[in-house]
Design a protein around this ligand. Structure first.
Ligand SMILES: Cc1cc2nc3c(=O)[nH]c(=O)nc-3n(C[C@H](O)[C@H](O)[C@H](O)COP(=O)(O)OP(=O)(O)OC[C@H]3O[C@@H](n4cnc5c(N)ncnc54)[C@H](O)[C@@H]3O)c2cc1C
Length: 220
């Protein structure tokens, strides 16, 4: 961990949210401490990128890394209706031609590692194996965090700004019980992975295929 216990910004969580925020802030010359409870990136769901992420990758200096990666290129989406009828492919370059009309299907464990390495290269102090136990407040202002490192040592770290990018752990939301259910988002998701599935070729290789259920009750 950093030798000093004060940074301009502390970010909790090194998923895509934390890695993005930390890199963009470090690019502006601020000292950023990123705290991640896991020792290495772990399996997470969320593999299919959308075209507009291109502009964020450009700002992050991630584009060349993605272009030279082995990730499957995604040029569009194809829809199948509830009777099994296949739509014409929806190619991003036909609807919004430009630099960003191709994106990728990524593996999170590799992608998250690339994003973290990219953050390090741009000056972020990345600390893995450091769990944030609590966010410390001075009146209504977050001023620091209480952490436990991989050896079980507890320490307080301070910063001018604390960013909660802890994903579904939602540290600050849970601390203040701010979670409010939205009935219109009352949905569930189940996911799995298949081996030996048929894959289209060429520009359809990485298409996301969306199969609709009857009466618009869902999709997979
Ligand atoms: C079924 C499903 C399918 C999805 N499909 C897609 C998709 O196709 N494309 C897409 O773009 N998105 C998809 N998503 C969404 C995607 O998974 C999330 O948007 C993304 O993971 C959020 O990133 P994040 O950085 O906010 O959080 P996370 O990736 O969850 O990262 C949070 C990090 O914080 C760390 N952390 C948590 N608590 C602490 C603590 N106390 N101290 C230190 N570190 C901590 C965690 O270890 C983790 O590394 C899908 C989600 C689901 C559920």
């Amino acid at each position: 961990m950093n030798s000093t216990n004060h940074s301009d910004v502390i970010i909790i969580g090194s998923g895509p949210g934390g890695a993005t925020a930390s890199t963009l802030i470090a690019q502006r010359g601020f000292s950023v401490t990123l705290l991640e409870r896991e020792l290495t990136p772990q399996y997470r769901v969320g593999e299919s990128l959308i075209p507009e992420t291109y502009w964020t990758f450009k700002r992050l200096k991630m584009l060349e890394k993605l272009k030279s990666s082995h990730f499957v290129k995604k040029n569009g989406v194809q829809f199948v209706n509830s009777s099994g009828q296949l739509s014409a492919p929806f190619y991003f370059y036909e609807h919004k031609p430009g630099e960003c009309s191709q994106t990728w299907q990524i593996r999170r464990i590799e992608f998250d590692s690339m994003m973290l390495q990219n953050a390090r290269e741009q000056g972020v102090a990345v600390n893995q194996g450091v769990r944030v136990l609590d966010v410390l407040f001075n009146d209504d202002r977050a001023v620091g965090v209480l952490v436990k490192d991989a050896d079980g040592n507890r320490k307080k770290l301070f910063a001018d700004v604390i960013v909660d990018a802890s994903g579904q752990s939602s540290m600050i939301i849970n601390k203040f019980k701010l979670r409010a259910p939205d009935p219109s988002l009352n949905k569930g998701a189940i996911w799995t992975y298949y081996e030996g599935a048929f894959r289209d070729e060429g520009k359809n290789e990485g298409a996301t295929i969306v199969l609709s259920l009857k009466n618009s009750k869902g999709w997979f």
